[in-house]
Every structure is written in structure tokens, then in C-alpha cells.
Design a protein around this ligand. Structure first.
Ligand code: ASP
Length: 439
């Protein structure tokens, strides 16, 4: 049995955190391949090493003095090394990095050094082999991740290696140019490694004990989610619940490898399991609630719209012309509403309205701003009657006016539109009815 373990930046921010990580690895011999992030924040107002590297490289690129900042970055690693009483010097590495910065080696190279150095440090500390991600994670000449080649190379490499540290976040093109994934991309590396060695489990260690049913900034001490399916997670993260990089799901999902989100600071917590499918009954009817604020509803009216072929297409073409994506399009007999992001829409509003008039010739258009969308997600809703009824009676009791309802045919989620002012109240009411009262 093989487990791939990825540790996030806050799990590796200090010597103390590194010790916790070593204990976690020692506690289970199956944890054979380790993917570290760069050192993250030690406390709230701290700066992540990756952010320091971006800043440092920007100075180098502008021809400004970057050495003092590079020294500060080196101090971050040295603090960990001395805290762990290790006999390791990264001086040669930093000399090389300085030279590469002077030679303008590229922003991706610069950002990747956080994980690279942390990987070397960790491999020395725990005695696992170091595999530079540059050798095994492949990008094509256009800079896109090359999943197939990577899998071939990595599979072979891991066959020969019992235990290894593979830094997250970056790889390289065939001619050796370093490329990074988008921010938070070490999660993706972990998933790629899990796929290549056909791991039984991908453990993703962070600073929370998995996903919560609702945002803790809105609900005090919300309950955790024990098991969530990939599809449920997709619905929730689309709505803003983020713990894991979205692209980290694809490699393991295809192989049927579950992901376990775990807490480095509370390893005894079981965390959240993300799985392809499960017959385990969810603890509550709903799995999670997530929401986003800041939407505009564009309400379009036209008599006899229902019998006009192509009306919806013409309206949506007006949004396409203006490069605006839409979120939802609930419609009635003579009405058609398009939900868009307020931020994206505001600057282009008049141009969209005139395009709708030109293309679709409506009777009237009316705009409603400052709206929120809330997604109530759960595989358990399919087999439970009256879920929608309970949601709406809870909202009515909480005095929340529902402006839009959308239930996908999968019965996996119900999306509700409310005014921004009612956003928190609505989430509290829904959490209360399903989780606190357990209806
Ligand atoms: N260190 C990178 C970042 O801060 C990647 C990661 O931590 O996953 O985005």
C-alpha cells in the first residue's frame, strides 16, 4: 500500500512544523512519497516565501537591488535548519539562484525555488531521496502541463525509488525551462505523483481538519464534512469553498484514488475524504452550503417570447459580444433573466443593454444589482423528499425573500438567489434547519 502525502506551506513554515511532519511520516510507513510546498506563513501577518520570491525577482528584472530580499529568504530557510539542528548549508543553492536572477531566468524559475529548496531541506531532514520536479514533471513547449509524458517519466522513476521527496508547484519543458502551475499548485503535483505510483490514498495535509459544512466566518464552529464526492466538491468549490486547488482533482479522480484532507496540527482528526462515489449515508441531508455575493440579474421581458425561436441565443450573444460569462439563466413565459458577476458587468452594462436591444428587440430590460447566490449541495437530497420545501420554509421563517431558485437535474444542488443583505441570514437559516435541527 502506498500513500502520497502533500504538505502545505503553513505545515512547513517553521522548525516546529517540520517536526510535526516528521512524526506524521514516522507514524505510517506507507507514506512513501512526500510533496512539500514552500514555507508559508508562521503567523497571520507573515509573508509566504513564494510571495517574497515573486517580489525579489520583480526587483531583479527591473535592474534594482534584490540581494537584501534574497538574504531575507535565505534567513527563512536558515531559521528552519538551525531550529532542527541540522548540518546543512544552502549557500551554494542561493549563489546559483542569485546568478540566475541576474541572468533573468524567468518568473516561473524564481517562484519555483521556494518548493525546490524546501524539498532539499526536507529530504535531508527525513532521509528520503530528493527528486527534482524539473526532471519528472513535464510541460510542453507552449508551457502547458503534459500529463502523459509526465506520467511515463514519473512512473519509471518512482519504481526505482522506495521513498522520495518531490517538490510541488513546478516542472520543466523538455529543454529544461522551469514552469510553475498556478498558485496553490503543489496540490496538483501531489495528485500527479499519486496517479503515477497508483497510490491507495493521497493525503493532503494543511492547517484545517478538512472541509466544513459552511463558512466559519458566517457559522460559528460549523461541523466538518467527513465524506464528500468529487461532484459535490466541484459544486461547492465553484461557489467559493477553497481548500484544495481545483486542478488537483483530475489526475486522482481518473484512477479512483481518494483524497484525504488532514490537519498537520491535529493529525488524530480524520479530516475529509474526497471520493468518486460512496454508499455511506451522509450525516446530514445536505453535505455543504456555499455562496457568493455580488451578482446582477438582467431581467428581459418580451411578449410571446416563449414562441420566438432563437430568443435565448440572441440575448446570450449580447453577453458573448461583450466577453461576459453568465452564471444562471432562469426563465419564465415572457421573461428571461441572466445572472452575471457584478464586477465583470458594471463597466460594460450599457454596451450589453444596447446589444440586447439590437439583437433580441425586447419590450423592456430591468437590472437588479447586489444579489447573492447560495448553493445547497448534497448527494443525500436525491433520496430525501421535501428538501426544497424545508429550505424555503426555513428562509421564510428567517424573513429572507427568495429571488431565484434553480435545481439542477442531478438533484445534487439547489441554487438560491437572495439580496446581498440577506446572504448571511439565509446561510444561517439553511444550516440551522439541516445541521442543528437535523430535519
Ligand atoms: N508555493 C506556491 C504558492 O504559494 C504553491 C503552493 O503552495 O501550493 O502558491
Amino acid at each position: 500500500m502506498i500513500k502520497v502525502v502533500k504538505f502545505g506551506g503553513s505545515s512547513l513554515a517553521s522548525a516546529e512544523q517540520f517536526r510535526k511532519v516528521r512524526d506524521i511520516l514516522l507514524a505510517d510507513k506507507k507514506r512513501r512519497y512526500v510533496v512539500p510546498s514552500a514555507p508559508g506563513k508562521r503567523h497571520k501577518s507573515d509573508t509566504k516565501v513564494t510571495d517574497m520570491l515573486y517580489e525579489c525577482y520583480a526587483l531583479a528584472e527591473a535592474g534594482e537591488e534584490f540581494k537584501p530580499l534574497l538574504r531575507k529568504i535565505r534567513a527563512r530557510y536558515n531559521e528552519i535548519i538551525s531550529g532542527l539542528k541540522m548540518n546543512l548549508s544552502l549557500d551554494d543553492e542561493f549563489k546559483e539562484i542569485e546568478e540566475q536572477f541576474r541572468g533573468k531566468a524567468g518568473v516561473d524559475y524564481a517562484a519555483s525555488r521556494g518548493e525546490y529548496l524546501n524539498g532539499i531541506l526536507m529530504s535531508h531532514f527525513i532521509g528520503y531521496e530528493f527528486i527534482d520536479a524539473k526532471e519528472v514533471i513535464r510541460f510542453d513547449s507552449e508551457g502547458n502541463f503534459d500529463a502523459e509524458t509526465t506520467n511515463d517519466i514519473l512512473k519509471e522513476r518512482l519504481k526505482k525509488t522506495e521513498r522520495a521527496v518531490i517538490p510541488g508547484f513546478y516542472g520543466a519543458t523538455a529543454d529544461g525551462r522551469v514552469k510553475t502551475f498556478s498558485r496553490g499548485g503543489s496540490d496538483i503535483t501531489g495528485s500527479i505523483v499519486a496517479k503515477a505510483c497508483k497510490a491507495d490514498l493521497y493525503e493532503n495535509w494543511t492547517d484545517v481538519s478538512g472541509f466544513l459544512i459552511a463558512d466559519p466566518r458566517i457559522i460559528k464552529n460549523p461541523k466538518g464534512i467527513k465524506v464528500i464526492t468529487y461532484r459535490e466538491l466541484r459544486e461547492l468549490s465553484y461557489m467559493g469553498a477553497t481548500v484544495l486547488h481545483e486542478d488537483a482533482i483530475f489526475p486522482v479522480r481518473k484512477e479512483g484514488i481518494p483524497i484525504n484532507i488532514k490537519n498537520t496540527n491535529a493529525p488524530e482528526d480524520s479530516g475529509t475524504f474526497i471520493v468518486e462515489s460512496t454508499c455511506q449515508k451522509p450525516e446530514f441531508t445536505i453535505t455543504g452550503i456555499a455562496g457568493k455575493q455580488g451578482f446582477v440579474a438582467v431581467n428581459i421581458e418580451k411578449d410571446m417570447m416563449n414562441s420566438e425561436i432563437g430568443f435565448g441565443r440572441k440575448v446570450l450573444a449580447a453577453f458573448e459580444e461583450n466577453q461576459i460569462s453568465f452564471e444562471h439563466v432562469p426563465s419564465g413565459i415572457d421573461t428571461f433573466t441572466v445572472f452575471v458577476h457584478q464586477e465583470e458587468f458594471e463597466g460594460k452594462e450599457q454596451s450589453v443593454l444596447s446589444a440586447i436591444h439590437r439583437l433580441a428587440e425586447p419590450d423592456s430590460i430591468d437590472l437588479e444589482a447586489d444579489l447573492s447566490l447560495i448553493a445547497v449541495v448534497g448527494r443525500g437530497m436525491k433520496s430525501t423528499r421535501g428538501t426544497a420545501g424545508r429550505i424555503f420554509s426555513a428562509l421564510a421563517h428567517a424573513n429572507v425573500n427568495v429571488k431565484m431558485i434553480d435545481q439542477g437535474s442531478s438533484e445534487l444542488n439547489v441554487i438560491i438567489g437572495v439580496s446581498n443583505d440577506d446572504f448571511e441570514q439565509a446561510i444561517k437559516a439553511i444550516y440551522d434547519i439541516f445541521v442543528v435541527t437535523r430535519l
